[in-house]
Design a protein around this ligand. Structure first.
Ligand code: PNS
Length: 163
């Protein structure tokens, strides 16, 4: 039987417990998940792609079925390259829906053999986003409920907050 491979794309700037919740639940459905950081999107990032990959690697070093990668250009082209047929995305609130629906529809129009699988974020992480995590950290607030310890440490270093 062929392996079910899914790509979990995103900015992951930085990875949060919300992302990890989706990833771990996705691993119960898929044989392999490729976390793919988009390189050329417009958003201004706090961490470089390499820093983001490193943080994810530190968190997921024991996960044999997870691969960490980055991509340039269109997601559909990347999916073809890695021979995956599925994309995983987390949905938090209704406000995510319109953007996600648009993206999934565009992707499916460009490649009819792929599907986007949406997973509802667990209630504990409903309100967690990389953007809010960065904002809280930038003002010296605690983000330990939202991100793993290595990410918290990197955020403190970025914002030069004394431990
Ligand atoms: O975590 P994000 O920033 O919401 O992720 C968005 C991402 C990276 C999944 C999306 O911007 C993307 O797939 N970019 C690659 C370019 C692409 O394929 N665009 C067409 C879909 S509209």
């Amino acid at each position: 039987m062929s392996k079910r491979i899914a790509v979990y794309p995103g900015s992951f700037d930085p990875i949060t417990y919300g992302h990890l919740d989706i990833l771990y639940r996705g691993l119960r459905i898929f044989d392999k998940i490729i976390i793919a950081i988009a390189r050329n999107i417009e958003k201004k990032a706090l961490f470089t792609v390499e820093e983001r990959m490193e943080m994810i690697r530190e968190v997921l070093e024991d996960q044999k079925n997870v691969l960490i990668d980055s991509f340039d250009g269109l997601l559909v082209d990347y999916i073809k390259k890695v021979k995956a047929n599925f994309v995983i995305r987390g949905l938090r609130a209704m406000s995510d829906f319109e953007y996600e629906f648009q993206m999934a529809s565009v992707n499916r129009t460009l490649n009819q053999t792929m599907d986007t699988i949406f997973m509802m974020t667990s209630k504990d992480f409903f309100f967690v986003s990389s953007r809010t995590v960065k904002e809280v950290a930038s003002f010296g607030g605690s983000v330990k409920e939202f991100v793993p310890p290595n990410v918290e440490k990197r955020l403190k270093e970025k914002f030069k907050v004394q431990p």
